[in-house]
Design a protein. Sequence first.
Length: 353
Amino acid sequence: MIPTLEWTSEGVRFLDQTRLPLEETYVLAKTYQDVADIITTMVVRGAPAIGVSAAMGVALGARHSTATSLPALLAEIRVIGKVLAATRPTAVNLFWAIERMRRHAAELAAEPGATVATVKQGLIAEAERMYNEDIAACRALGAYGADLLPQKAGVLTHCNAGALATCGYGTALGVIRAAVESGRKIDVYADETRPFLQGARLTAWEMMKDGIPTTVICDNMAASLMRAGKLQAIVVGADRIAANGDVANKIGTYGVAVLAKEHGIPFYVAAPWSTIDLATKTGADIPIEQRSPNEVTHHAGKQLTPNHVGVWNPAFDITPAKYVTAIITERGVLRAPYPESLERLSHEAAVPA
Ligand code: MRU
């Protein structure tokens, strides 16, 4: 399995996604500040991977804490959570994971006989539990999603919602992996995903590693590919799904969804329950990260545009729920009306790791 991130005795080890596909190198985070930096610089990226990385960051920060009392440790964990929460604003998994760790720390501290050491140990165990749950969720939603795909299909995906974006297996790419494992013949088309090229670099790398036939297209080729009849489904991931079913995902997803509707192609969103944010009513309420103009004006250190030109570089867009054929989660496949289906499945128990 692709080792996206891993808890080790020295710290958290990350596969450096900024260097893929040409170099497979690893970065070791020894402090929670290192983890925050690694999330900000996108050494690790993808909503579920960001969430579990932050959980491990909290566990790492707690382990190194010099607090001698439980209240002091809990106060330090709140500070650590704030630093990690300030890294990237759109993926709700980040805030979900930090809050789960904070709550777990408080519960552990309230246990009879609790000590600073038992809380620290319990937080490491909780982060590892979240890691395993994420893989289990990907496998479960992959199996649900595979059943939606025809026996033979061209499937377009945008950005990277694969093993690299999760703790393993992937969401959109998990659906594709499960479909291939079930004997379906899938031709993957990967949008290159300007400007960070997660599709061309990461999705293509993962799929080639698994021997799944994959073709990279530039983002502006998707319409022609649909018109040529090459696509039978679109499957993408999500950074946050609002209570009404609006989906935040990598910039460009919205355009693909509109095109899919025009061409009568089903548009599926695959995400674990940790990406669903029922506290956010609609897509309009989701904060969209703006990234450095440099990502657009430069490529591989080379300037592409004239000096001082204006740049707009939102990292994500919102796909209105009306374009989403189904949302595939580990709890099952949801259909419109999403306010009702999301609310109904929110009461289901989590899939065990
Ligand atoms: O900016 P990124 O690379 O973190 O954006 C990632 C995406 O948009 C993914 O599609 C999303 O996080 C889902 S990952 C399973």
